[in-house]
Design a protein around this ligand. Structure first.
Ligand SMILES: [Zn+2]
Length: 147
């Protein structure tokens, strides 16, 4: 939405079809605030009514910070697994091989967010259990087999 006249537009930093205003410099921050990237539909409508009444839009510092983060590309989507995905991974670790869980961890280890840590949490306990199961199996084989 255009921060000058309140007209809807496709891109927050694009030219306004009504007043031809293009946000420049510090106006870019306000332009991002006045978009669906920061405000929900109701808040956008309220801002539009303010602009059309000729009042200034005064976003909170939190909204401005959010807009700055979006402009600088600092805002990233965090990688996170759902409980269902983690349960499936834990099951695959047990039924197939825990290497699967480590492969998932390897793939997500540089991504921001808890995904890599979650994958390890679903994998390491399974590895330890399987390791001791293997030791127990070997021990029973060595003591139980008559030579
Ligand atoms: Zn405009």
């Amino acid at each position: 939405m255009c921060a000058r006249c309140g007209t809807r537009k496709d891109l927050p930093l694009g030219r306004c079809p009504a007043c031809a205003h293009v946000p420049a410099m510090e106006e870019r921050e306000l332009a991002i605030v006045c978009s669906t990237r920061v405000l929900d539909a109701a808040a956008l409508q309220a801002a539009q009514e303010r602009i059309r009444r000729g009042e200034a839009v005064r976003p909170t510092e939190a909204l401005r910070a959010r807009a700055r983060a979006i402009l600088s590309g600092r805002e990233t989507v965090l990688a996170r697994f759902t409980a269902g995905q983690l349960a499936a991974l834990a099951l695959a670790n047990i039924v197939l091989t825990p290497m699967l869980g480590y492969a998932v961890w390897f793939r997500y280890r540089t991504r921001p967010g808890p995904a890599a840590r979650q994958a390890l949490a679903a994998t390491i306990p399974v590895s330890i259990l399987l390791f001791f199961a293997l030791l127990a199996w070997r021990a029973s084989f060595l003591t139980g087999a008559p030579t």
